[in-house]
Each structure stands twice: as structure tokens, then as C-alpha cells.
Design a protein around this ligand. Structure first.
Ligand code: PLP
Length: 339
């Protein structure tokens, strides 16, 4: 048995999802004539009470388009040091938007209005213009931590007061929502744009959606084209996304249960120094100093368990749609065996 816990991006479409894909009505989406893409965009926007949406090939693209929509060169983006937009988008903020970045060090990736307020620049020709605040929810490097919506509301009021735009990298937003039960409309109200990944825990093969108002999404559509992301009969992929929104949200709770079981096991093992609190579907374990993380990942692989080295002494496990209870039991057995 191979248990792939490297990422929740590794899922394959279920037979039902494949049926939905093969029976999709498609057209040319650059002409905005693909019914399945249009339906996905309408559905996602409506869920969050937002005006419009744009289907894109990746979450990197939806984030980068949003940053470009909200900033001009010489502006500054405020985000956490561990955030995907800063760490894992190949320096795209500078490359695509010519903007600088102000890094904050939040609590497991989470920022507060108080922290942000301190770094918003005054109107001074020597300083970049603080223009965009980006939050990530859930926070990947925070071990799947999620925000309290009251804090987001405070950040929203600060952003309005300071004339900053507010973008949410919600690659795993639904993992937060199934835990908190927070209202999607309130999220839609607080953020100027929201990026949602369909290809993570939701289990679609490809795609992300950017949500925003009509004007922003109109501009986002132009930017998607110049980034080379205008797709043609993309409805086959969008149909998988719509299927995922209809059928794969509630079941994320199962992934969270699996992650918690794994976290509870690792916590008790002598080679683990500590395990970050397991809030959603990500388990990050810090190994004892005398355990080599590369060797640990290799030994796990030799036992059929795939996980990722995630920095100095850190290893990450991510649960998802294709992980069964039997696979979690097997993983727990292997973890205990490796002493
Ligand atoms: C995966 C991910 C993205 C987008 O990744 P793509 O691989 O480009 O789809 C964005 N933000 C976070 C937090 C992610 O985990």
C-alpha cells in the first residue's frame, strides 16, 4: 500500500467526478462561451455573495492576478513571512507586479489588525505605498491554522480606513469553514478578492477561482490572458470544480479527523520534539535534533508512506480525499515502528 500524504494536491478525480467532466457542455471560454465555466464562476461567486468570478489554471495564478489587480509598481504588499504568495510563487509579486513586500511574523501564519497597522507606511515619497494586505486561510506553514472571523473583521475595518485592498488566499478556505461554520457571505463582504483552490482538498484535478466585484474581475480576465491563462474548452475542468463544490466540502471533516489521529500518534513518539496543533488537514511535526529529517522521510517512503520535508527538522503530512481509514491506520503503525 502506498499512502501519499505529501500534499492534498495529489488526489485523482472520483468516478462520479469523471462522469461530470465527460458530460460537460463546453465552448470557447476566451469568448466567454463555455457554459460549464460560466456555471462554475456563477456558483462560486454566489456562495460568497460576490458579484463575479474567474476560473484559472492554478492558485498561484489567481493570487498573482489579484495582486496585479490591486497594486501598481512602487506599491507594497503586506503579508506573513510564511505565506504562499511570498514563499512559493517564485517571486511573482516582484516579477509580475513590480511591488515590494512587507513581511510580518504572525501566530502560525495569522496576522492581527494591530500588527498590520504598525507597518502601514505614511504618505512619504521615500516609502512604498502600502496598498494591499493578503491573508492566508488556512495557513499552510502554520500547520493548517485558521483565523477567527472577528480578527478578519478588524483587519477589514483597518484596510478600509487606510485605503488598502484586502485579498484572501483561500486555497484551503473550506477546510477552515467546515471547522468554524463561519458565514461565506461575511467572507465575501470583508475581502475585495478571494482565491479558492479546487485542486486541493476539494479533489478536482485542476483549477482555482478568483472572486471579486465586476470591475476587478473584468480586469482580472485581461490579466489572465496576458499571463497565458486564457483557456478554451476549459469546461471539462470547470465541471470537476462544480462537482467538488457540490459534493466534497462536508467530507473535509473526515480529512481533519484523520489528521488529528496522526497528530496524536506522532506527539507520543520519542523521535518527535513537538507537533503543531492539528486544526485541519495538515500535520507538521518537528523531529528531535538527533533525527535527520531527510533520512526520516526516506525511511517512511521505504515503508510506503510519502510525506514531505518541510524545513529544518520539519516534516509535513497532509490528509485528503484519497486517504482511507485503513491508510491512516497503516501510517500510524509505520510511524510507531520507526524508532
Ligand atoms: C496550493 C496553494 C496555492 C496555489 O497553488 P497552485 O499549486 O498554484 O494551485 C496558494 N496558496 C496556498 C496557501 C496553497 O497551499
Amino acid at each position: 500500500m502506498i499512502v501519499d500524504l505529501r500534499s492534498d494536491t495529489v488526489t485523482k478525480p472520483t468516478p462520479q467526478m469523471l462522469d461530470a467532466m465527460f458530460s460537460a457542455n463546453v465552448g470557447d471560454d476566451v469568448y466567454e462561451e463555455d457554459e460549464s465555466v460560466n456555471a462554475l464562476e456563477r456558483k462560486a461567486a454566489a456562495m460568497f455573495g460576490m458579484d463575479d468570478a474567474l476560473f484559472c489554471p492554478s492558485g498561484t495564478m489567481t493570487n498573482q492576478i489579484a495582486i496585479k489587480c490591486h497594486t501598481a509598481p512602487m506599491d507594497e504588499v503586506i503579508c506573513d513571512e510564511s505565506s504562499h504568495i511570498y514563499r512559493y510563487e517564485t517571486g511573482g509579486i516582484a516579477f509580475n507586479s513590480g511591488a515590494s513586500v512587507k513581511l510580518l511574523y504572525g501566530d502560525r501564519g495569522r496576522l492581527t489588525a494591530e500588527m498590520i497597522e504598525k507597518v502601514i507606511n505614511p504618505d512619504d515619497v521615500c516609502m512604498p505605498h502600502s496598498k494591499l494586505i493578503v491573508l492566508e486561510n488556512t495557513c499552510n506553514r502554520g500547520g493548517g491554522s485558521y483565523y477567527d472571523l472577528d480578527e478578519i473583521e478588524s483587519i477589514y475595518h483597518l484596510a478600509r480606513l487606510k485605503n488598502c485592498n484586502l485579498h484572501l488566499d483561500g486555497a484551503r478556505l473550506f477546510n477552515a469553514l467546515v471547522e468554524t461554520g463561519d458565514s461565506m457571505e461575511r467572507y465575501g463582504h470583508f475581502f475585495d478578492t478571494i482565491s479558492i483552490c479546487l485542486s486541493k482538498g476539494l479533489g478536482a484535478p485542476v483549477g482555482s477561482v478568483l472572486l471579486g466585484d465586476i470591475k476587478t474581475i473584468r480586469q482580472a480576465r485581461r490579466i489572465r490572458k496576458v499571463f497565458g491563462g486564457g483557456m478554451r474548452q476549459a469546461g471539462f475542468l470547470a465541471a470537476a470544480g462544480s462537482y467538488a463544490l457540490d459534493h466534497h466540502i462536508d467530507r473535509l471533516k473526515t480529512d481533519h479527523l484523520h489528521a488529528r489521529l496522526l497528530g496524536e500518534t506522532l506527539e507520543k513518539l520519542s523521535y518527535a520534539d513537538k507537533v503543531l496543533p492539528v486544526d485541519t488537514n495538515i500535520v507538521i511535526v518537528k523531529l528531535q535534533d538527533d533525527v535527520n529529517a531527510d533520512v526520516y522521510v526516506e525511511r517512511m517512503r521505504d515503508n510506503g508512506i510519502l510525506c514531505s520535508r518541510f524545513g529544518e527538522q520539519l516534516v509535513r503530512f497532509v490528509t485528503h480525499l484519497d486517504i482511507t481509514p485503513e491508510m491512516i491506520d497503516h501510517t500510524i503503525t509505520v510511524c510507531k515502528k520507526l524508532h
